[in-house]
Design a protein around this ligand. Structure first.
Ligand SMILES: Nc1nc2c(c(=O)[nH]1)N[C@H]1C(S)=C(S)[C@@H](COP(=O)(O)O)O[C@H]1N2
Ligand SMILES: [Mo]
Length: 433
């Protein structure tokens, strides 16, 4: 199942015409600033008068139509959108991510290969090996549970390609919109405690996983993915080997019976169905570690520019980002009542310091009420209330800033050949009557 050419391609191919047919105005090609040309043409697509129409930037894809995809069914999952069925890839619409702790039925699925079947947790083993391991050791899941302190941590898992669908020019790969992210509570043990138990040498550089899923081609000698992180991230207090989620077994598509969770880093490092963890004396060289996978240009490039493999750098922590999870984009609302908003914000290895909201295309901003994370590297919940001065079509924009002073880009971050790290501010549409 492949996504058909949609509104983003329309804007990419012919921005002038897209602006005219969508927003009902023409933009000045020299300045790229829009000027309003009456209110007629727009209503066909958005179906309402646009409030603050003079503030709409040229080439803006309306939030009311920016994230349209198709629904599907999978056991134990509810309301996810299918992007690809082989390998299985499915994301969660933002309004279904409204829970402060993501339930299993709302966590996205990103498979590179074919998951193992008929998994038996009682006979599953995890072997610690590699050039820099002191004592090669094999653990059963029971060993892990009994030998090490059990910890519960709420940690953000986000695919490096989340948001890819909005890059222009478009790039190949799963066309994730916003929902390849979640923040369940993971149950397991610290990766650090296990690494210390088997021991590692001074020359340890990387910690990598191998897993039980098989290659999409069916070839037995090929593995779909084997990635890792620098030893410093592996021994972070929050890095986990998880055997559960929200107090239950892991969902079979989310790594049952054993997975890594490296909060705040590209999801691809958080191996599912793991049976081997290797302590390497070099940067790991497994499938999908090499360029251009999960890498971005070391220096920014122009949109569409090709980049040599050696000029691509491995992604470490994910950038600052936020979601509006209530209300659902596209709702109808009465101008007489105020509208409560809810959402989450997160940023790689650090926390969030501010969450700003605008209802006038960024002309003015308000600060939302931001909660503390329930533990380090959990997403932070925020609340806000807005009032609309008139009826019409509105967009609510949310933008976070983290403790390092980094903010989300208003439009898009730097274009890159594989379409990673799109952390643009989230926008939703509201029709006020
Ligand atoms: N063994 C294995 N681990 C894997 C993958 C995979 O295909 N196989 N996909 C990775 C990627 S790219 C992401 S984003 C996360 C997704 O985790 P989830 O499917 O539980 O949401 O798992 C990672 N771990
Ligand atoms: Mo991913």
């Amino acid at each position: 199942m492949k996504k058909s050419r949609g509104i983003h391609h329309f804007f990419a191919d012919d921005p002038e015409r897209a602006d005219w047919e969508t927003w009902g105005r023409r933009s000045d090609p020299t300045t790229r600033r829009g000027f309003v040309k009456g209110l007629g043409a727009f209503t066909a697509l958005v179906g309402a008068r646009v409030a603050f129409a003079d503030q709409v930037p040229a080439g803006l894809v309306p939030a009311s139509h920016a994230n349209e995809t198709s629904p599907f069914e999978i056991e134990g999952k509810d309301g996810l959108t299918l992007l690809n069925d082989r390998p299985l890839n499915a994301e969660t619409p933002p309004h279904l991510l409204n829970d402060d702790v993501t339930p299993a039925n709302r966590l996205f699925i990103r498979n590179n290969g074919i998951p193992p079947e008929n998994v038996d947790p009682s006979s599953w083993t995890l072997t610690l090996d590699g050039e820099s391991v002191t004592r090669e050791t094999t653990y059963t899941i029971r060993d892990l549970r009994e030998k090490f302190e059990n910890v519960d941590r709420q940690l953000v898992l986000e695919c490096g390609g989340n948001g890819r669908s909005e890059f222009n020019p478009p790039v190949s790969g799963n066309q994730w919109t916003l929902g390849a992210v979640g923040c369940p509570q993971w149950n397991g043990v610290r990766l650090k405690d296990v690494l210390e138990d088997c021991g590692y040498e001074q020359d340890a550089v990387y910690v990598a996983f191998y897993a039980a899923d098989t290659h999409i081609s069916g070839a037995a000698d090929r593995i779909p993915i084997s990635r890792g992180v620098p030893i410093e991230k592996a021994i972070d207090d929050e890095s986990m080997i998880a055997f559960g989620m929200n107090g239950h077994d892991l969902h079979e598509m989310n790594g049952h019976p054993l997975r890594l969770v490296l909060g705040g880093w590209p999801g691809s490092a958080s191996g599912k169905w793991i049976n081997r963890v290797s302590i390497r004396d070099r940067v790991h060289d497994g499938p999908k570690m090499a360029s251009p996978s999960y890498r971005v240009p070391c220096e920014p490039v122009a949109p569409g520019q090709s980049v040599e493999d050696e000029d691509m750098c491995i992604i470490h922590a994910m950038p600052v980002k936020s979601l509006i999870t209530y209300p659902q984009s596209g709702i109808k609302h009465s101008s007489k009542e105020s509208l409560p908003l809810h959402g989450h914000a997160w940023s790689g290895d650090t926390n969030i310091s501010k969450l700003r909201i605008s209802i006038d295309y960024g002309r003015t901003w308000d600060s939302a009420k931001l909660q503390r994370p329930s533990n380090r590297l959990a997403w932070q919940n925020w609340d806000h209330t807005v009032r609309f001065p008139t009826s019409g079509y509105y967009e609510i924009w949310a933008c976070a800033e983290d403790a390092l002073g980094h903010s989300q880009p208003m439009v898009l971050p730097s274009w890159n050949p594989k379409g990673y790290l799109n952390n643009a501010c989230h926008r939703i549409a509201v029709y006020v009557s």
